[in-house]
Design a protein around this ligand. Structure first.
Ligand SMILES: [Zn+2]
Length: 309
């Protein structure tokens, strides 16, 4: 489904719906089974916003006799017992609901539609911007003979591009993103590097000595191979991964990972300096408990000079 609306420029906070368009399909990529196309006469805002002014079918809304409530009743009857909705973008059902509240009509559809723009963006690996419907239509070689920004046409195109999607793509719920707070966003060396082969350490009888041991705490700088030192580890409960920060005087700070596993001989560690990709940074951000190493038996790392304020 798709809506066209006008936000206007006045103080009434309503996205006034000018057109409701929708098509029915039984499955992703399935044939179009039915369509509905309703133009609604604008009555709330006196002026049209920039987007509404450019709607190719704005005159049909202006010339329409239909009020929102009547259009809503028709649309609601057309939907029947349908329980699943989809749109390009995630706002349409919400806008419908708000208009129902505004005009005093009963809203009994779900609160959320499948956001096929988000699903398609995920499938195509688009990040940082919203995927335009016309790009997917073009990609599929569907002839774009209908104007965009017409609610029925956009619904039709949206239904057609679902042939790229499976049921699983649509139902997939991405895991919540771990936000790096400023405190946990590490300042790292900005230089690119290839990971070196892991350094193994152990076996140790207990976990703590494995975390404290010099061999577990001194990876090599991935750029100059000088030994650098970790003095504290962070880890997430249940995770075998311990994360620490070590600094090369020449190349800056690196995030280091010690993976501790208990084998038959005792605790074995694998120490690496992984390139700080998104997954690495997220794992580090999720590592909330702190373990300060006991620095006995080794060279005491020199105290860092206090930074001047
Ligand atoms: Zn270095």
């Amino acid at each position: 489904m798709d809506l066209e609306w006008n936000r206007g420029y006045d103080k009434t906070a309503l996205d006034e719906i000018l057109q409701i368009g929708a098509v029915k399909i039984a499955e992703p990529g399935g044939p179009i089974l039915d369509t509905i196309d309703l133009y609604i006469r604008p009555r709330v805002h006196k002026k049209f916003d920039h987007g509404a002014k450019r709607l190719p079918e704005l005159d049909r809304s202006k010339a329409s006799d239909m009020k929102f409530k009547a259009a809503w009743e028709q649309f609601r009857a057309w939907c029947g017992d349908e329980t699943e909705f989809a749109s390009w973008g995630g706002q349409d059902l919400d806008a419908l609901k708000k208009s129902c509240v505004f005009w005093g009509a009963e809203y009994d559809l779900p609160d959320k539609a499948n956001d096929l723009q988000a699903v398609m963006g995920r499938v195509f690996g688009v990040t940082g911007h919203q995927l335009a419907l016309w790009r997917v239509v073009e990609y599929l070689g569907i002839p774009d003979i209908y104007d965009y920004h017409n609610a029925l046409n956009d619904s039709l195109y949206t239904a057609l591009v679902t042939k790229l999607l499976t049921r699983e793509d649509i139902d997939y719920v991405p895991p919540p993103k771990v936000k790096l707070s400023r405190r946990r966003k590490p300042r790292l060396s900005a230089k690119d590097f290839e990971p070196r082969p892991p350094r193994t350490t152990g076996p140790f009888a207990e976990r703590e000595p494995a975390l404290d041991a010099r061999g577990s705490r001194s990876p090599q700088c991935p750029l100059c191979e000088r030994h650098i030192w970790v003095t504290e580890w962070r880890h997430a409960p249940e995770s075998p991964e311990y994360w620490g920060m070590a600094r090369c005087p020449e190349h800056g700070r690196f995030l280091c990972r010690l993976e501790l596993r208990k084998g038959e001989a005792g605790w074995l560690g694998e120490l690496t300096v992984p390139p700080p990709g998104e997954e690495v940074l997220e794992a580090y951000a999720g590592a909330s408990s702190l373990y300060r190493c006991r620095l006995t038996g080794g060279r005491k790392p020199r105290r860092r000079r206090r930074r001047r304020r």
